[in-house]
Design a protein. Sequence first.
Length: 70
Amino acid sequence: MRSAEYATDFNSEWKLDREKRVATLAHLDRLKDYTVPILPMIGCMRTAPPPGQAYRGTDLGPFGGNLDYN
């Protein structure tokens, strides 16, 4: 299996058109007409850990999960 190759000069910034509810890649002319619908989503959600414990927002531990589904 070949390892992934990434363009080091690729700019992945997105331009959001909230009125039309679409996003386009801000700096890629060849895909200037390519749009992606902006759909709301929850993202990550968790319950509170036991007293005296704390978890960073990026590590949900056993108390949460990734809800990246619309």
